[in-house]
Ligand binder design. Sequence first.
Ligand code: ARG
Length: 264
Amino acid sequence: MKKFGRILSVVLCFVMLLAFAACSKAPEKTDDTGLKTVESGKLIMATNAAFPPYEYYEGDKIVGIDAEIAQLIADKLGLTLEIADIEFDSIIPGVQQGKYDMGMAGMTVTDERKEKVSFSDSYAKGVQVVIVKTGSEIKSMDDIDGHKIGVQQGTTGDIYASDTPENGGYGEESVVRYANGALAVEGLKSGKVDCVIIDNEPAKAYVAANEGLEILEGTWVDEDYAISFAKDNTALQQAVNDALKELIADGSVQKVVDKYIKAD
Ligand code: ARG
């Protein structure tokens, strides 16, 4: 009986040791890179992959400028990139709640967003433009008023267009919100909206891929694209930003951009 007791206590000690080892590891969540990420060894990027040339599907793979820059960053940090395709307006809440390590989605830096997340340096510029059907009665920006405007829900195009006329918008009731840019363009083609306000490069891609659409002269607002992080994960934000800075300095970012955007 005594012997059995001794064996039992050895086994118990062992179990407790194991349990202790498991517990002491879990809350740390840092890996060999010293970075805190959602899953050890991974860099999980949230995006909305209906935004060519920044992120879109080629078969079942998400490709594009953001996907490639993120891959270069992950390589530099020794992390495995994983891309989550979600609704655009779920990206910031998801990053804030720590479901994703970063948001990268041709996302414009705005003061409101800065209150919720922190941003990297900017790696690209965007402008909002207007797509219409060829022959539309909207011939210039001045003709938009009184028409239905399609936007991607939660984007800067949505925010600016649905603002009041005093603030340069067209009012909430003029705006029809779509889950993504591709659906907004479908809405334009089928006549549910009279124009679509969206970022310049995706606009060019949609016009190239669809007959009978064109972009109006002129641009609306100039914007900076950057990567977003949870405010409390400054180590990751800094590490990614340092990697990004190097990739900008050595021309790698420009190389990716040139691969996807041909000079006109
Ligand atoms: N630049 C705009 C914004 O930040 C639109 C971005 C949409 N991006 C996307 N991947 N769908 O609001």
